[in-house]
Design a binder for this molecule. Sequence first.
Ligand SMILES: C[C@H](O)[C@H](O)[C@H]1CNC2=NC(N)=NC(=O)C2=N1
Length: 95
Amino acid sequence: MLTEEQVTDALTRLPGWRTADEALYREVQFASFPEAIQAVNRIAEIAENDNHHPDIDIRWRTLIFRCSTHSAGGITAADVSLAGEIDAVVESTGG
Ligand SMILES: C[C@H](O)[C@H](O)[C@H]1CNC2=NC(N)=NC(=O)C2=N1
C-alpha cells in the first residue's frame, strides 16, 4: 500500500484523477459511446497484460475508472501505473 504522501505525489502526475475510499478515480466523457467502448477495449488489453484491472463504470459516453488493489485493500504502485496507462489511452482515443 502507498502512504498518503506517496499518493499525493503520484496525483501530481495524474491530472484528472482524485482519491476516494482507498482508490484512484477518474471520470472521462468521450465524443460518442462507440469511442468510449473502444477505450474500454484498449484498457482491457492493457489490464490483462498487467494482470491488474480497473473498475469501469460505463454510462453512455462517460466512463468512470476506479483503480485499487483488491488483494491489498487499497492503492498500490500498480494502481498508479495503471492510471497512467489509462490516461494514455484516453489521450489517444480523444477522451
Ligand atoms: C489472482 C488475482 O486476482 C490477480 O493477481 C489480480 C487480478 N487483477 C487485479 N486487479 C486489481 N485491481 N487488484 C488485484 O488484486 C488483482 N489481482
